[in-house]
Design a binder for this molecule. Structure first.
Ligand code: KG4
Ligand code: ZN
Length: 374
């Protein structure tokens, strides 16, 4: 089936056209067209994503991306810049698209609405159903895109979702059947990476920059003399907390009286990353123990922070104790927000709960949508 998927939950505008078929645990996914525009540079000066600016940019980008995707899918050359016919709105013909899919949440509501309104216009124009998708389900199953011919995703799985807005441990009992077994009580881990980056004078999004600096410190110095707390690491539950860690960094930075040497920044980035990653890995192991290692067939990480190589490296080390558990990490392109994962999630909904689509009347943006209610 052919699904045109739209993603506008945060600062990436993305549209993909997928031809997706086959079994859920190893679908055959052909990307007929895929286009993405990141607004990260525009939000840099705000130190995070500014919702109304994101909304305006999505509105501007969506028709342009749609045109790019449809031209690519029809093997037609891109139009020269400035001549985009789609500037008049979504008026291109789409001969054989079966469904339109769109992120309904979680995310920034003004940003989500732009995608939903655009998807509904297309659905009406093409007379096709519009499938609302949970962005976090997309992050879980983005790993399906890179399965090799010999692999298939075995459930139940444990998913560690780590992004700018979320830090969650999810028991993925089956496709469409999720239980959140742990989550952050305050900041998301990606948000903590971004805030610490800002304290060190690095621009948004800070995660990759912190990670690079930490790597330099590990290469150049065997040891550092900064020790940061690991909040809630010993708590019995599977919850996380990152705001205390962030505040600890702030105090150490302030104590430097704004004289931050490169060496201090690298060591602080490393101390922060050590602490955040150790917490994530410890709680993930606790979750495996709680659910029973023989009940968990697969560990998946998803969301922007899953691009962190130190995290995947430390998770791999921890998993040496559990050789029977498969481990899947999305590729870098699939770890941050994209529309391919939204198309995959729509496919899962179509296969597991087709009635919910036929009965869909109106779609509302849900900024705080939770995986257990979507
Ligand atoms: O999933 P995502 O693209 O958007 C949300 O849904 O939030 O995640 C973005 C987050 C940002 O906080 C960014 O700093 C973080 O992912 N991130 C990283 C890395 N790459 C992106 N954090 C740590 N290490 C990285 N390599
Ligand atoms: Zn995301």
């Amino acid at each position: 089936m052919k699904i045109l998927a739209i993603e506008t939950s945060c600062d990436e505008t993305a549209i993909s056209l997928l031809d997706i078929n086959g079994p859920l645990n190893r679908p055959d996914i052909k990307v007929l067209g895929n286009a993405l525009m990141s607004q990260a540079k525009l939000h840099e000066k705000y130190g995070g994503v500014y919702p109304n600016l994101a909304k305006r940019e999505h509105q501007k980008n969506l028709p342009i991306l749609l045109e790019q995707v449809l031209l690519k899918a029809q093997n037609l050359p891109a139009l020269p810049t400035g001549r985009q016919a789609a500037r008049q709105g979504p008026n291109l013909e789409a001969s054989d698209i079966d469904y339109v899919a769109v992120t309904k949440g979680p995310g920034l509501e003004p940003a989500l609405w732009t995608g939903i309104v655009f998807a509904q216009e297309l659905g009406k124009k093409w007379n096709r159903p519009v499938i609302p998708v949970d962005h976090m389900e997309g992050h879980i199953f983005s790993v399906l895109y890179n399965l090799s011919n010999t692999e298939c995703l075995t459930l139940p799985a444990l998913a560690l979702l780590v992004s700018g807005g979320h830090t969650e441990l999810v028991n993925v009992k089956g496709f469409g059947n999720y239980e959140i077994i742990g989550k952050t009580r305050d900041d998301a881990v990606g948000e903590a990476f971004d805030k610490v980056a800002r304290m060190l004078g690095l621009t948004y999004p800070g995660g990759p920059k912190i990670s690079l600096m930490a790597q330099k410190s590990r290469q150049n110095r065997a040891k550092i003399d900064i020790e940061l707390p690991r909040p809630m690491i010993h708590s019995k539950d599977l919850d996380f907390s990152f705001s205390g860690l962030k505040t600890a960094v702030l105090y150490r930075v302030k104590a430097q009286n704004n004289e931050l040497s490169e060496e201090f920044k690298e060591d602080m980035a490393r101390a922060f990353e050590d602490s955040a990653i150790e917490t994530l890995v410890t709680k993930t192991e606790k979750a495996i123990e709680k659910l029973g290692s023989t009940n968990i067939k697969t560990l998946i990480i998803g969301g922007g922070v899953s691009a962190n190589t130190y995290l995947s490296q430390e998770l791999k080390k921890m998993l040496e104790k559990y050789p029977e558990i498969n481990f899947y990490i999305p590729t870098k392109d699939m770890s941050t927000d994209n529309a391919i994962m939204i198309g995959i999630s729509a496919f899962i909904k179509l296969e597991t709960n087709p009635d919910s689509i036929n009965n869909q009347i109106e779609i509302k943006a849900q900024g705080n949508l939770s995986l257990t209610s979507s």
